[in-house]
Design a protein around this ligand. Structure first.
Ligand code: SAM
Length: 269
């Protein structure tokens, strides 16, 4: 049975935020951008460190964006990003997507990027997102699909990384292969007008490979994910160290290439 509130698998260690702060509206929400209008009211659920949130605020200059997060700590970083960019149409609040503290029909767009894979009840989350979205508005969600990630070269240790990550994420109450399930969840949440698409992130330049392999090498031994993997009996510290070293070794390969498949939905509220 899904838990209503899952544990966020990654936590907000620096090695995790290294990945999140790379994200922009252009590289992570392109499927939504054509639907935005300058005066829209946007809710960004699970906004994390807020780089996408800040981009969305720039795209609705006569409207507003609210970033909502379950973890209060990371909101300090999100507020700093908005301040540094001189944005005065964005605010942040702590909350849980399963039970949003907003009246019905409060927003014109309700967005969640890489969030539904981490929540205990994604169907209820989508129903809540729909409730606070005005009729005719848009609920937009995008999630990676871990089982569909692919890479080269293919050392066995990176297969162990993927199997371990998926085990830990599920033990935390999440669904790491969320991308393929978004459409099904949205239909269960009552949406009938849904545009489904998929998009990829591809890391192939020396800089991208160094960044991606380095953050996973660090995350595997130093983040909340590492702590939960050991505490839950999913891996020993020695096994995590081996996987971490495998990421570093992979990152030294001149032919290294990594592809991430993301499922995405635009749902009419
Ligand atoms: C993978 S991060 C994505 C952050 C940001 N949207 C981005 O793409 O950079 C997922 C975020 O969702 C937040 N989160 C997890 N469960 C949540 C819940 N039930 N309600 C609100 N936020 C939640 C986590 O704290 C985390 O910051």
């Amino acid at each position: 049975m899904p838990q209503e509130t899952a544990v966020y698998t990654h936590g907000h260690h620096e090695s995790v935020l290294r990945s999140h702060t790379w994200r922009t509206a252009a590289n992570s929400a392109a499927y939504l951008l054509g639907s935005l209008k300058p005066d829209m009211r946007v809710l960004d659920v699970g906004c994390g460190p807020g780089t996408i949130t800040a981009d969305l605020a720039e795209l609705v200059p006569r409207g507003s964006v609210t970033g909502l997060e379950a973890a209060p700590g990371v909101l300090e970083q999100a507020r700093a990003v908005a301040r540094e960019r001189g944005l005065d149409n964005v605010d942040f609040t702590v909350g849980d997507v399963h039970e949003l503290a907003f009246p019905d029909d409060s927003f014109s767009v309700v967005h969640a990027h890489q969030v539904l894979q981490h929540v205990g009840d994604p169907v209820r989350a989508l129903a809540e997102m729909r409730r606070v979205c005005a009729p005719g508005g848009i609920v937009a969600v995008r999630d990676a699909d871990y089982a569909a990630m692919t890479w080269y070269p293919q050392p066995p240790a990176l297969d162990r990384w993927l199997a371990l990550y998926r085990r830990v994420a599920r033990a935390n109450g999440g669904e790491p292969d969320a991308g393929r399930r978004l459409l099904s969840w949205a239909r269960q949440a009552g949406f009938t007008e849904i545009t489904a698409s998929a998009d990829t992130w591809c890391y192939a330049t020396p800089e991208e490979i160094a960044w991606w392999s380095g953050l996973w090498a660090d995350r595997t031994v130093a983040s909340e994910y590492a702590r939960v993997a050991v505490a839950g009996g999913h891996a020993t510290e020695e096994e995590l160290a081996e996987v971490s070293e495998a990421w570093r070794e992979w990152g030294r390969q001149p032919d290294a290439w990594f592809g991430v498949l993301n499922g995405e939905l635009l749902c009419r509220a």
